[in-house]
Write a protein that binds this ligand. Sequence first.
Ligand SMILES: NC(=O)c1ccc[n+]([C@@H]2O[C@H](COP(=O)([O-])OP(=O)(O)OC[C@H]3O[C@@H](n4cnc5c(N)ncnc54)[C@H](O)[C@@H]3O)[C@@H](O)[C@H]2O)c1
Length: 362
Amino acid sequence: MDIQRVKEAFSSSSLFSTVLLDMPIFQNLIQEYEETQPFAGLSVAIAHVLVPNTLPLIYSTIIGGANVMLTDTVPSTIDPETLTLIKSAGIPYDPTFQDATSYDYAIDCNAYFVFRPPKKGLVEVTRSGIHTFRDIAPAVTILDVDSTETKKIETFLGNPQAVKQAFHTFIGRPEDLLMDGTVVIIGFGKIGRGLARVFSDFTSVKIMDVSEGAVAKARALGFNAQVVTGDIAANTSFLSGADAIFTATGHHNVITVNFDKTGVTAPYLINVGAVDEFGEHYSEQEVFMSKNKPFNFNLTPPTGNEYIDAILALHVDGLRYLMNRDLSHGIHMVEPDYDRGFVSQFEDHNFPITDLLDRYFS
Ligand SMILES: NC(=O)c1ccc[n+]([C@@H]2O[C@H](COP(=O)([O-])OP(=O)(O)OC[C@H]3O[C@@H](n4cnc5c(N)ncnc54)[C@H](O)[C@@H]3O)[C@@H](O)[C@H]2O)c1
């Protein structure tokens, strides 16, 4: 790989410079990596969504000295302009590449390299990827950056803001349309809690979750909340009068299985999860713009770059974390102080979040 060619292509790219403007943690990381060359002599396989805000991750790995092989992940998400820049920079890219076994490390998204992992370790950024690594248990060291406070910057703060923005863009000002209304959020995890926080500023919010602990937390925060049980009539009656229903459970078919469709009458059915949560009883037209993908993925970018900055910086810097520790095969959590460092950097550039995270997750 011709590093000079990569530098020239990226430094003259308005796509890259625009994205980087919103990503100050990466601005610092790139400068530091260029000076210290932490990945000199290493080979790194990268499987990721190829969209503008992953360009800093790819660039920083290369500028830090690594020999990189790039592929997209499954499901494939490729922005044409991003791919054009990657190709014009001469970065090795092969959409069929799957075998990372001759590479030192990998940056992985959704367990793409689970069957052919690299020699020394990999960093995984998604919950579904961690589930796959747990099930298959390949003989490799895995750093789980999904289970971090840093990841909540994306899911609890960024994704819900993007959902509100998408509502505004595709339906109308939620503050006006939902002013005297009710929203039901199904799934009170990271994104569900963030949605509740954002939407409860201007509308009445009700919560459902299968977890009694999550429902207890919702009630402690002042929300009207109910556990999803096998009693379909009781589940369905909780949706009565809702103006919008958001799903954020992470599971297929949740609405089809647990609710009677004749009682699911809200004008807006909105899936915020990555899979089809309304399921087989619902058509493409019935789930507003989002049956098979998160609603906010209809926006560009789907989530503000400032909320992605910290977690993607941790995703690439996880390589350095692995290099500096002698960890056994299996899944490892990130040390809290290291995680905290990325949250602090977000706070330095944006606003304090520690108390907020404590309030919603403690
Ligand atoms: N919209 C986006 O931009 C975006 C970004 C990242 C991830 N996601 C997707 O959003 C989904 C939720 O992510 P998360 O991080 O909040 O997950 P999470 O695991 O933190 O929370 C999921 C919640 O749903 C609850 N749940 C599970 N099954 C349920 C059921 N049958 N009925 C009711 N509640 C149920 C769980 O108890 C949990 O509280 C996932 O599919 C994730 O991939 C979306």
